[in-house]
Design a protein around this ligand. Structure first.
Ligand code: BDR
Ligand code: CA
Length: 311
């Protein structure tokens, strides 16, 4: 199984991404969860990560608190999408799993230093503040990262927090710029693909029909999460952004994309956080990322339902 660290700001879709990883021990060895401020402030994202591991009965997965604000800008949150707690929908108990004492950034640094090169993959599904801070603090770890598989950005689908920016990149564009310029091999799940992974009514009924605490909680999270996208975009269901990252680790053949150059806008207030993907190869900037554009959505939901049934 591939060793990964999930860097996250749960978030209902982050929660499903974590549950999918926990349900897939043959493919994924989740060695730690590092939390960052994003959808909601850090005290809530750490709480929500602990709630999810408790729901999955996995108190053995260590959970770390990381950066509580972006590198150079004020924190922007998304309660309008995720609710006041960030995990509105299901009524889950307050967690008893403790938070680790170590800072998330130091956990990332120590873990990469302790493992051979190319054996630990980073999976960021929130703003990239923790990853960029680790790279800034310990540049020797950059060449040890096997791969970064992240949810963030958009190209043809443009933005969901501003007209041109996706939330995770917009919240900390400076951090995103550091990551995209790092030279690490990156796979990106932008809105272009996540807006194809919609929890339609029948797909959510399949989660509910599992009849387990996990199936019920995921259905209730999707019910809540869905309201925003249905009312705002008239879409057929909630986009399961972040689980695209963990699904890719299990079944990469469900996804397709192109190796392109991706650069991040960090100065223009108008287009702050825009991911400029050279999809048509019109510049001489070298490709730095596999930019995913398509997913077999039925295959994705079949996989997700089958895996969640194991928890
Ligand atoms: C991303 O922003 C958050 O609201 C979601 O959890 C996802 O990571 C989508 O733009
Ligand atoms: Ca997220």
């Amino acid at each position: 199984a591939r060793k990964i660290i999930i860097d996250t700001d749960p978030g209902q879709d982050d929660a499903v991404a974590i549950l999918l990883a926990l349900a897939s021990p043959d493919e994924i060895d989740l060695i730690g969860i590092t939390c960052v401020a994003g959808n909601v402030p850090l005290d809530l994202t750490t709480r929500n990560a602990r709630i999810i591991c408790e729901l999955a009965e996995r108190p053995d997965v260590p959970i770390y608190a990381g950066c509580d604000r972006p590198l150079g800008r004020a924190l922007v949150t998304a309660e309008h999408v995720h609710g006041r707690t960030g995990l509105d929908g299901p009524d889950l108990p307050e967690p008893t799993i403790p938070l680790q004492d170590q800072h998330a950034v130091d956990f990332i640094i120590d873990t990469l230093r302790a493992h051979p090169a190319d054996t630990v993959t980073l999976c960021p599904i929130g703003p990239l503040t923790n990853i960029a801070t680790a790279f800034n603090k310990a540049s020797d770890i950059i060449e040890k990262v096997q791969e970064i598989i992240l949810m963030g950005g958009a190209y043809f689908e443009v933005g969901n927090i501003t007209p041109t920016a996706e939330f995770n990149i917009y919240v900390d564009p400076d951090a995103a710029d550091i990551v995209f310029s790092s030279g690490v091999s990156i796979t990106v799940m932008p809105l272009d693909v996540t807006h194809k992974a919609l929890v339609t009514r029948p797909r959510n009924d399949a989660f509910r029909a599992l009849g387990t605490p996990v199936g019920t909680a995921v259905a209730q999270m999707s019910d809540f999460f869905e309201r925003y996208d249905r009312e705002k975009y008239g879409s057929a269901g909630a986009p399961l952004h972040d689980p695209c990252v963990t699904a890719y680790l299990i079944a990469p053949s469900l996804f397709s994309g192109r190796h392109v150059n991706v650069a991040v806008e960090t100065t223009s207030e108008l287009t702050m956080g825009m991911t400029v993907a050279d999809w048509w190869g019109v510049t001489d900037r070298a490709p730095n990322a596999l930019f995913i554009g398509d997913v077999d959505a039925d295959g994705f939901f079949a996989l997700l339902t089958e895996r969640l049934a194991r928890l």
